[in-house]
Design a protein around this ligand. Structure first.
Ligand code: DAT
Ligand code: MG
Length: 151
């Protein structure tokens, strides 16, 4: 299996709604491997860095206030194609447009409450993992299921 990692976060709305285990289970059951996880209330500074590519958008300030308003579950998931397929599991940004079967499609209604973040490409994945985690917080291990998952 090719080593690819993505940054996934359950936002404050997902945490408050009790969707932590539901969301984690979707990544876990798919066959992806959890290599880092923590619960944290991100500072406004972290939120602004995390969403820096949106800083010219009118909703940027509210978005950063929201992300730093409460506990977030920050995670790194590993697996073949996990960046792209993680986005597929998550669904479209606007839950009104997310397909049923996706996390946002099944569990969210509005764009301001879309419950989860996932990196959108290899570069952002690397940047976001570095922003949220120290290298020693990532755990390298072999899962015994890998030989069955990857055949
Ligand atoms: P995604 O989270 O699917 O990667 P994005 O990177 O375009 O979407 O935007 C980041 C977050 O910003 C998104 O999850 C919710 C919020 N957002 C995006 N577009 C918005 C809009 N038009 N109005 C309000 N919030 C928006
Ligand atoms: Mg994005």
């Amino acid at each position: 299996a090719e080593l690819e990692r993505t940054f996934i976060a359950i936002k404050p709305d997902g945490v408050q709604r009790g969707l932590i285990s539901e969301i984690i289970s979707r990544f876990e059951r798919k066959g992806f491997k959890l290599v880092a996880i923590k619960i944290t209330v991100p500072s406004k500074d972290i939120a602004q860095k995390h969403y820096h590519d949106l800083k010219t958008r009118p909703f940027f300030d509210g978005l950063c206030d929201f992300l730093s308003s409460g506990p977030v579950i920050a995670m790194v998931w590993e697996g073949e194609g996990v960046i792209k397929y993680g986005r597929k599991l998550i669904g479209a940004t606007d839950p009104q447009k997310s397909e049923p079967g996706t996390i946002r499609g099944d569990l969210a209604v509005a764009i301001g409450g879309n419950i989860i973040h996932g990196s959108d490409g290899p570069e952002t994945a690397k940047d976001e993992i570095n922003l949220w985690f120290k290298p020693e917080e990532l755990v390298n291990y072999t899962s015994n299921a890998e030989k069955w998952i990857y055949g």
